[in-house]
Design a protein around this ligand. Structure first.
Ligand code: LLP
Length: 424
């Protein structure tokens, strides 16, 4: 939360309006570098899980850092191609992709990671003797919330590990080469789970004759709340992966590539969301500060009870007043639109120096899964996005939304040939 001074934030809020997303190039580059340095195994590649934050400028920075891509939709693939990635650098994992999606991916040369046996059949129906990777559900998962845990018997993701023999049989029938085995057990997984799943994935993969790579997914956690969250010991993690892969390649008698797909780790700390206090009020139980943004611009607290660091800059330059407990509420007509909340919906007030109308709220660590999960509920305009470049210069990378944007797909407002009153 420290990449711009408070004085500059006040200036930017005045110039660009709030709510406002601000992203920091240096932080993104730093996180890419942390990852590159942690893994010494030569035959590896880091694929940015671009669902975390998919802005063009961010994709271009990540590309410049030499990362490749994990994509989960055709539009993500196209956004990455627009940012200059080559199709061969993109890996596609999507539950329930359709034939037209797979046909496009095969045509342009994007590697498909099949998440079910039916999706292997889909490849077979499009192209004979093709190749793919398969996503394995290793029977257990881990994440910061059960909504982000993607392994184990309750998860929809991947092919359950006890059905891998079936996958091999189908692959043989269809002439499909399985060249990679992938697992992603969840977002926000700790070191212990990571390493255990790495071992399981390597074990499952060693019976695949055409194996060229192992993909261990993403899930590296970041510290949102320094009082409760533990950082991933990145060097220990990287050293363990590297040692295992050296050994594995030796045992397999050839070099097997290692891929990982971090999203949150690359992007989370690079972003802040600015809002402005519109009202301060109280009930017999709580003090509320209401800001002009909400779960439409960062759905994470409402969805998972996620903690984001929040502070306020006094707009009138006063020195901090006495601390009080506040619940920070958004501006939507929805009770659950609060930023300080537990995962079961219990309000979690936090202490702040006295908050006044007009103060600027700075919410930190919103780089991952906030901008990319934003929506236009209550027909609210989407915020503009700024990038602070590596020289510290702020520029607009996405303009603020308007009513036209909110209504852009409605037939009533789209000129259409069949409508008499619209002439082309
Ligand atoms: N690979 C695959 C196949 C994934 O599905 C994901 C995330 C990743 C990699 C990247 O995971 P990461 O390194 O970011 O943890 N909306 C939730 C997170 C959902 C993650 C979905 N898949 C949140 O805000 O916490």
């Amino acid at each position: 939360m420290t990449f711009v001074s408070d004085a500059k934030l006040v200036e930017l809020a005045a110039e660009y309006h709030t709510p406002l997303y601000i992203f920091d190039e240096k932080t993104i580059r730093q996180r890419c570098n942390d990852l590159k340095q942690a893994i010494s195994y030569k035959n590896h590649h880091i694929r940015y899980a671009c669902k975390a934050l998919t802005l063009q400028r961010v994709l271009k920075i990540v590309r410049d850092e030499g990362l490749w891509i994990d994509a989960s939709s055709i539009n993500e693939v196209d956004r990455c191609l627009l940012a200059g990635f080559d199709p061969s650098q993109i890996f596609y994992t999507g539950e329930g992709a359709t034939k037209s999606v797979y046909s496009y991916l095969i045509e342009i040369g994007v590697l498909i990671n099949c998440t079910s046996i039916d999706q292997m059949r889909l490849i077979g129906s499009i192209k004979k003797n093709h190749y793919c990777s398969i996503r394995v559900n290793p029977g257990e998962g881990h994440g910061h919330s059960n909504k982000t845990n993607t392994g184990g018997p309750s998860s929809k993701h991947g092919i359950y590990y006890d059905q891998l023999e079936d996958a091999k049989v189908i692959a043989k029938e269809l002439g499909i080469k399985i060249i990679g085995v992938h697992s992603h057990i969840g977002s926000g997984a700790d070191l212990g789970h990571w390493l255990r799943i790495k071992d399981k994935t390597l074990e499952y993969a060693n019976s695949f004759a055409d194996l060229e790579f192992i993909n261990l997914g993403g899930g590296i956690p970041v510290v949102y709340n320094p009082e409760t969250d533990k950082p991933m010991p990145l060097n220990e993690w990287g050293a363990a992966l590297s040692a295992s892969m050296e050994q594995y390649s030796k045992e397999m008698g050839r070099s097997i590539a290692l891929y990982i797909e971090p999203g949150r780790y690359v992007a989370a700390e690079s972003g802040i969301l600015l809002g402005e206090v519109g009202a301060v009020k109280s009930t017999p139980e709580y003090n509320y500060a209401i800001v002009n943004t909400g779960m439409n611009h960062n759905p994470r607290p409402a969805m998972y009870g996620s903690y984001h660091p929040i502070r306020f800059i006094p707009r009138d330059g006063r020195s901090p007043g006495k601390e009080k407990e506040y619940v920070i509420g958004g501006y939507l007509c929805e009770s659950g639109d609060v930023f300080t909340v537990e995962s079961d919906g219990t309000l979690a007030p936090r202490k702040f120096p006295e908050i006044k109308v007009g103060d600027i709220m700075v919410m930190g660590h919103i780089g991952a899964y906030s901008h990319s999960m934003k929506n236009e509920y209550n027909s609210m305009n989407l915020p503009a996005s700024l990038l602070i470049d590596k020289n510290g210069v702020a520029s607009l990378i996405e303009r603020r939304g308007t009513l036209i944007d909110v209504m852009r797909r409605e037939i009533e407002v789209i000129p259409h040939k069949s409508r008499k009153h619209y002439k082309d």
